[in-house]
Design a protein around this ligand. Structure first.
Ligand SMILES: [Zn+2]
Ligand SMILES: [Zn+2]
Length: 186
């Protein structure tokens, strides 16, 4: 399958920014073949989104969701500034506005065949204190470890024994490596 052009992706991102009422709607979208573990990433201060063609070519139905996810990071930065946690409530609100479930942040591996709806297991790791839970249904309450509610990294896998085992092996460092919102420090 041919991947959508950068122009088409940029137009879609501009549409999202209009929906989210982001005044500065400039955005650069690019395919990056060097990306490995993450389906996409966002350089929020530069307003740049990169998508991973290696993972998305075999799963074209995921492209729009990944684009919305990454564009929402840039939008959250522009609307709410550095205080907005990467996958915190501001970001989740933008995902909901775009009509997407806000809870899925990163698939452990984009499954070749999607399990039936709801047949997923989730690993929720707190980016602040490392507290981790494997859940059948994802909840965002206060972290049991540090009481924060906006620093979760979430990975999803099929709710099979293998999927759960894979989630169990993910370390905080792994989860961070898949986290895609990059705040450039200068
Ligand atoms: Zn915590
Ligand atoms: Zn993200």
């Amino acid at each position: 399958m041919t991947l959508p052009t950068v122009e088409a992706l940029t137009a879609r991102a501009a549409e999202l920014f209009a929906l989210w009422r982001v005044r500065d709607a400039s955005i650069e979208v690019a395919w990056n073949r060097r990306l490995r573990t993450c389906a996409g990433r966002a350089f929020v201060q530069h307003g740049r989104v990169e998508l991973n063609p290696n993972l998305l070519e075999p799963a074209p139905e995921e492209i729009d969701g990944v684009l919305v996810h990454e564009a929402a990071h840039v939008a959250a930065w522009r609307l709410f500034g550095a205080a907005a946690e990467a996958h915190g409530r501001h970001w989740r609100a933008l995902m909901r506005l775009a009509g997407l479930p806000p809870e899925v942040t990163h698939d452990l591996a984009i499954p070749a065949r999607r399990p039936r709806r709801g047949r997923f297991a989730y690993l929720r790791v707190c980016d602040s204190c490392g507290d981790r839970r494997v859940m059948a249904a994802l909840r965002y309450g206060r972290c049991h470890g540090c009481s924060r509610r906006d620093s979760y990294l979430v990975l999803r896998a099929p709710a099979t024994a293998a999927g759960r085992a894979a989630l169990g092996r993910v370390t905080l460092a792994d989860a961070r490596a898949r986290c895609d919102a990059i705040m450039e420090r200068r």
